[in-house]
Ligand binder design. Structure first.
Ligand code: SF4
Length: 112
């Protein structure tokens, strides 16, 4: 099992999750974060930190696509361990449907 970040994170990217992770397994894309499934130790500490409930345990049904997205991009995006500033318009994207199709970006985040 692992925890995965879902579509809800796209364009919101509040990043409250990253500082609580004991194994620093978050990776940053241009407009969302992902969790490396081979590094996550399933502690669950990050899940309640997300203000928009974007983090789910992968044993919930319907998360196969998100497990693939997390696994694929955790390999190529930079690691993130410190909370950054959420996008200025993050609140406007809360609860928006279809964010993957409209806004997902494969580009990495800007952190080193
Ligand atoms: Fe990190 Fe624990 Fe969240 Fe996995 S469940 S990403 S180890 S804080």
């Amino acid at each position: 099992m692992t925890y995965v970040i879902t579509e809800v994170c796209i364009k919101c990217k509040f990043m409250d999750c990253v500082e609580v992770c004991p194994v620093d397994c978050f990776y940053e894309g241009e407009n969302m974060l992902v969790i490396h499934p081979d590094e996550c130790i399933d502690c669950g500490v990050c899940e309640p930190e997300c203000p928009v409930e974007a983090i789910k345990a992968d044993n919930e049904s319907g998360l196969e696509k998100w497990l693939r997205v997390n696994a694929e991009y955790a390999k190529i995006w930079p690691n993130i361990t410190r909370h950054g500033e959420a996008p200025a318009d993050a609140k406007e994207f809360q609860g928006v449907e279809g964010k993957f199709e409209k806004y997902f970006s494969p580009r990495p985040g800007r952190r080193p």
